[in-house]
Ligand binder design. Structure first.
Ligand SMILES: Cc1ncc(COP(=O)(O)O)c(C=O)c1O
Length: 430
C-alpha cells in the first residue's frame, strides 16, 4: 500500500446515511465526517467497513476504548436487572460509584457527590452550589440588602452549553447569540494573577457582590489543550482562601485518569499542589455512557444542597453508575492511570521526533495533548488523517488534539505517529 494513497475516504454507505441525517437533524453539529458502525478496543469501523485507529476517544470519553468486555458484561447485566428507578430510590452501583469517586479524588471526610448526565450538568450543579454559598458571604444575599455574589471564570475557558455553564464559557461565537445569560459571571484573563486580584478587589465597590467562586480548567481543553501555570493556580487558591471564595475545578476533560493522575488537580505540575472546593467530572467517567457530576469537598459545602434544591430525572441511574463503576474498576485493575502517563510521554516524544515540518511543538499531560501546527491547517490535517485511518481532532485552527483511550498501547502510539508524520505540510489553511 502506498502510504500517501487515500485508504479510507468516505464510502457510499456513509454518504447515503449522512444525506439522510441532514434531512432530519438540526445543523448544530455540522456535517458528520463518517457514519460509524462498531468498535473494538482502539479501533472503530464505519458502515463501509473502513477501519480507524481512534486517537480522540469520542472526545476524551471512551476511557476503555470500544466494547471492553468487562464494561459490556456489566452494562448488559444491569440492563437486564433494572435500568432506571428515579431519585426517589437509589441503587447499590450509585452508592458504590459515589464512594469510589470520593476515594480517588482524595476528598476529605464529609465530601459528597452529586450526579448529573453530562459535563455541563456537572458545572450547572457546581454553579448552583456556588450561588447558594455566595448568599452566606457578607454582602452576598440580595434578599438582605446585598448584591448577587459573583462567579469568576477565565478567558478561553469552556464549561458547557447549557445556559449556566455557557455563561462561564468564553468563546464569543457560541455564547453571544444567547445573551443575556447569567449576570453575575465575570471573565478574568487566564494566567493573570493581578487581574484576578483586581476582580476580587471590586467586592463592595459600586454595589458589586462578593466572589462566590472561581471556576477554571487546569488544562483549557477546548481552547487548544493549554495548561495553566501552576504558580498562577496556587495564587488563585490563595485569593480564594483570603476572600472565602470557592475554587471550582472543571475536571470534565482532564479527570478520570486522562492526565496521568485520577484528577488533574493531583498533578503538582498543573495545580501547584492545591486542593479544590468542588471538582466537576463527566466524559471519561462511565466509559461512553452519559454521566457527569460534581464532588463538593467537605461537609459544610455539601450540606448546601438540601432536598429539592437541585435534581434531574435520570441522574445517577443504575445503568450509568454501573458503567461508571466498571470503568473505574478496570482503570484501576489494569493500571491505566499510569499507562496514560507513560504512553503520553511516548506520544509527545514521538511526535517531536518524527521530523514533520508541520509540527512546531506538542503540549499536554498524560493522554490529553495537542500538536501545535506551523500554519492553521488543522481541519485539513484532521481530514487527511481520517482518510488514512486515524481519528484526531482539529481543536483549534492551528492545533490537533490527541486524546486516545487510556488503554492505548506502545504499538498504537507508534502507528498513530507514523500516520501523523506523513501529513503533508503544505495542506491548505482552514
Ligand atoms: C472542560 C469541559 N467542561 C465541560 C464540558 C461540557 O461537557 P458536556 O459536553 O458533557 O456537557 C466540556 C466538553 O467538552 C469540557 O471540555
Amino acid at each position: 500500500m502506498n502510504d500517501n494513497e487515500q485508504t479510507t475516504s468516505i464510502g457510499p454507505n456513509s454518504e447515503k446515511w449522512i444525506s439522510q441525517y441532514e434531512d432530519v437533524h438540526t445543523h448544530a453539529f455540522g456535517t458528520p465526517l463518517r457514519v460509524m458502525d462498531h468498535g473494538k478496543g482502539m479501533h472503530v469501523w464505519d458502515v463501509d467497513g473502513n477501519e480507524y485507529l481512534d486517537f480522540l476517544a469520542g472526545i476524551a470519553v471512551n476511557s476503555l476504548g470500544y466494547a471492553h468486555p468487562k464494561w459490556v458484561k456489566a452494562v448488559r447485566e444491569q440492563a437486564g436487572k433494572v435500568a432506571h428507578i428515579s431519585n426517589y430510590f437509589t441503587s447499590v452501583p450509585q452508592i458504590r460509584l459515589a464512594e469510589k469517586l470520593i476515594q480517588i479524588a482524595g476528598a476529605p471526610e464529609g465530601s459528597r457527590v452529586y450526579f448529573g448526565n453530562s459535563g455541563a450538568e456537572g458545572n450547572e450543579a457546581a454553579m448552583k452550589m456556588a450561588k447558594l454559598y455566595g448568599k452566606t458571604l457578607p454582602g452576598g444575599d440580595p434578599e438582605n440588602g446585598g448584591a448577587p455574589a459573583r462567579i469568576l471564570a477565565l478567558t478561553k475557558g469552556f464549561h458547557g452549553r447549557t445556559m449556566g455553564a455557557l455563561s462561564a464559557t468564553w468563546k464569543l461565537s457560541i455564547r453571544e447569540p444567547y445573551n443575556p445569560l447569567l449576570p453575575a459571571v465575570q471573565f478574568v484573563e487566564a494566567g493573570d494573577l493581578e487581574a484576578m486580584q483586581e476582580a476580587f478587589n471590586q467586592t463592595g465597590k459600586d454595589g458589586v457582590g462578593p466572589v462566590a467562586g472561581v471556576m477554571l480548567e487546569l488544562i483549557q481543553g477546548e481552547a487548544g489543550v493549554r495548561p495553566l501555570d501552576p504558580e498562577y493556580v496556587k495564587g488563585v487558591r490563595e485569593l480564594c482562601d483570603q476572600y472565602h471564595a470557592l475554587m471550582i475545578i472543571d475536571e470534565v476533560q482532564t479527570g478520570i485518569g486522562r492526565t496521568g493522575k485520577w484528577f488533574a488537580f493531583q498533578r503538582e505540575d498543573l495545580s501547584g499542589g492545591i486542593t479544590p472546593d468542588i471538582i466537576t467530572f463527566a466524559k471519561g467517567v462511565a466509559g461512553g455512557f452519559p454521566m457527569g457530576g460534581m464532588i463538593a469537598f467537605g461537609k459544610p459545602l455539601a450540606a448546601l444542597f438540601s432536598p429539592g434544591l437541585h435534581g434531574s430525572t435520570f441522574a445517577g441511574g443504575p445503568l450509568a453508575t454501573t458503567a461508571g463503576l466498571t470503568t473505574l474498576q478496570v482503570i484501576e485493575e489494569d493500571g491505566l492511570v499510569a499507562n496514560a502517563e507513560t504512553r503520553g510521554q511516548q506520544l509527545r516524544e514521538a511526535v517531536m521526533a518524527c521530523g514533520s515540518p508541520l509540527f512546531v511543538s506538542v503540549r499536554g499531560r498524560g493522554l490529553l495533548n495537542a500538536i501545535q501546527l506551523a500554519h492553521p491547517c488543522a481541519h485539513a490535517a484532521m481530514n487527511w488523517a481520517l482518510d488514512h485511518g486515524l481519528i484526531v481532532n482539529a481543536v483549534a485552527p492551528d492545533a490537533l488534539r490527541l486524546a486516545p483511550p487510556l488503554i492505548v498501547s506502545s504499538d498504537d502510539v507508534d502507528k498513530a505517529v507514523s500516520i501523523l508524520g506523513k501529513i503533508p505540510s503544505d495542506l491548505p489553511d482552514d
